[in-house]
Every structure is written in structure tokens, then in C-alpha cells.
Design a protein around this ligand. Structure first.
Ligand SMILES: [Mg+2]
Length: 310
């Protein structure tokens, strides 16, 4: 039992990093772009097209999605528990470094002067300034690790999302994905579609349509939003689609990556779920071996395991 839990735990965070690293290859691309750059599809890190956007990263590196997930992980390891203000401090330290690929909303929030002292107030203010419209996937992209916490998953998912993204659509997305990952990893009955919708209604009913679409749609492409970049509910539906429709880690990874759009984020969230569902052992070796910083990822996972699974 315990070995299986550890395998799924590791699979979740590797899944996140792999989806992010391969998804960079089609980030911001439409169908036509993908057909032109990858006539036979993108399957391997080494194929990643080196244009101006992509060549800022080395092949096999992950982007901001996994960087921010690791900010949460590092803070939890430091505190041997969850201190939201220390997570905020880690976000701030990251933004003070070279935050490659950072989203607009996250950048706005993290660069306001007194963010470290008052992260929730600052985050709320930025949402208010957007006239309560901004609902980007910056909270969702990093929430996988919250699903690995042994308890208080829902509360932690809510607060950690609100550290940068206050909109209830963002918060609801994070809660659904974190709760799903938690159930998959720890071998608890995962929430059904109707249970997910019950959770969704507590945040914003609009989330329900995206859950239903993910369930009903046979192909992933119609779920990808090519106009409203980085919309949290589009990423949520892509991730749930992969959970319900992909019969292996690899099948889900390649379907989501080759759909383009906000592909690194979509694949990071989708593959964190798939890694939690199928386990680390089910991830093809080339995706693990080709990941640039896997030694450091392993160290983080081992430290987290010590804290979460005693
Ligand atoms: Mg990214």
C-alpha cells in the first residue's frame, strides 16, 4: 500500500514537471502553427522548436508553473507544515530572481511593494482593479502539490490560490484539482463528476459547464481556449478531460501538448493528475530522463514525503 502511495505521489510532481517541459514546445501555438512546426506532432523534448520564446529555456527545463509549485513545496519543507506567509515570501523571492514565463496577473500581484507583509490584501486589490474579471490559471498551474498535503487540502488550496488569484473561478479550480489529486494519491474514492459540480457551485456555477464539457467532449482541442489566454476554467476542463479520457499518462500528455494554446500550463495540470492516477512507474522513461533538473526534483519529493507520509 505505502509503496503505491509513494509511487503516485512522485508521479504527480513528475507529471507536473514533464507536462510543463514538453508543453513549452507548443505554448501559444494554434493548430496551424503546430502542423507547420511539428508535421508529425511533438513527442520528444529534443524536437522543441527553438524560436525566440522557447530558446530562453534549455531543452528539458520546466517553466514558471513548476517553479511556483516548487516555491510552495520549498516553503512547506522549511516550515514542516503550511505557513501561507512563507509561501508568499518564496513567491516574492522567485519574482526577484529571473521569473521566466510569469503570467500577467501573478506579476502584478507579486511586484506590489508590501506583498510579503499583506499578500491577501494585495491579491484582492489586483482582482478588484480588474473589475473582478481576471480569472487566469496562475493559481491552478501550481496547485498539484497542495493535493499531496495529508490534511486540510481544501482550505490550503483556497488560501494558496488567493495569494495571487482571488476570483472564485480560480479558487474553485484549485480546490477541485487538489482534492482530486489527494484522493488519487492516497487511494481514497475520487470525486465523481457530480461531486465535483457540487464543489464548483460553492465557488461559481460557471465552473459546472466546464466540468460537463470535459466529460462529454471526445477530443481535447475544443476545450482549449485560443482567444482568452490562460483562462482558469479552460485549463481545468483540459485537465479533467485528460483524467476522464486518456487511458495512459503518455496518451494524455501527447493529446494535451499537441492541442497547443496555453499548453505548458494545461499539460502541467493534466499530467499532475495523470501522474497521480497512473503512478510514476507508468511514465515513459524518456520523459523522466530528459528532464533537466530531476535530481533537485527528487530531493524535493523525498523531503515532502518525509513530511506528508510518516
Ligand atoms: Mg509556463
Amino acid at each position: 500500500m505505502e509503496r503505491e502511495v509513494i509511487d503516485r505521489f512522485r508521479g504527480c510532481l513528475y507529471g507536473q514537471a514533464i507536462g510543463d517541459a514538453l508543453g513549452l514546445g507548443t505554448e501559444f501555438m494554434t493548430d496551424e502553427d503546430i502542423a507547420w512546426k511539428y508535421p508529425h506532432g511533438l513527442q520528444h523534448y529534443k524536437q522543441i522548436y527553438q524560436d525566440r520564446h522557447r530558446k530562453r529555456w534549455k531543452i528539458g527545463d520546466w517553466t514558471d508553473d513548476t517553479d511556483m509549485m516548487l516555491c510552495i513545496a520549498d516553503a512547506v519543507i522549511e516550515d514542516k507544515g503550511v505557513n501561507f506567509y512563507n509561501i508568499a515570501r518564496h513567491f516574492k523571492d522567485w519574482v526577484n530572481g529571473i521569473p521566466m514565463g510569469i503570467g500577467e496577473n501573478t506579476y502584478k500581484v507579486l511586484t506590489i511593494g508590501d506583498y510579503v507583509e499583506h499578500p491577501f490584501e494585495v491579491s484582492h486589490k489586483v482582482w478588484e482593479m480588474s473589475k473582478y474579471q481576471s480569472a487566469a490559471n496562475g493559481g491552478l498551474m501550481r496547485t498539484s502539490v497542495v493535493g499531496l498535503f495529508p490534511k486540510e487540502v481544501r482550505t490550503c488550496a483556497e488560501y494558496i490560490c488567493q495569494l495571487t488569484h482571488y476570483d472564485p473561478r480560480c479558487v474553485g479550480s484549485c480546490v477541485i484539482v487538489s482534492e482530486l489529486i489527494h484522493a488519487l494519491v492516497y487511494g481514497i474514492e475520487p470525486p465523481t463528476r457530480s461531486q465535483m459540480k457540487d464543489i464548483a457551485k460553492q465557488y461559481d456555477v460557471e465552473i459546472c459547464d466546464y466540468i460537463d464539457n470535459a466529460w462529454a467532449e471526445p477530443h481535447v482541442k475544443p476545450l482549449v481556449d485560443y482567444d482568452n489566454w490562460g483562462y482558469t476554467l479552460s485549463t481545468l476542463s483540459v485537465a479533467l478531460w485528460s483524467y476522464w479520457h486518456a487511458s495512459s499518462f503518455e496518451e494524455g500528455l501527447l493529446a494535451v501538448v499537441n492541442a497547443g494554446g496555453d499548453a505548458d500550463t494545461n499539460a502541467a495540470v493534466a499530467c499532475a493528475i495523470l501522474g497521480a492516477k497512473y503512478g510514476f512507474h507508468a511514465i515513459p522513461k524518456e520523459y523522466v530522463d530528459g528532464l533537466l533538473y530531476k535530481e533537485s526534483l527528487d530531493k524535493t519529493i523525498d523531503s515532502l514525503l518525509d513530511i506528508c507520509i510518516k
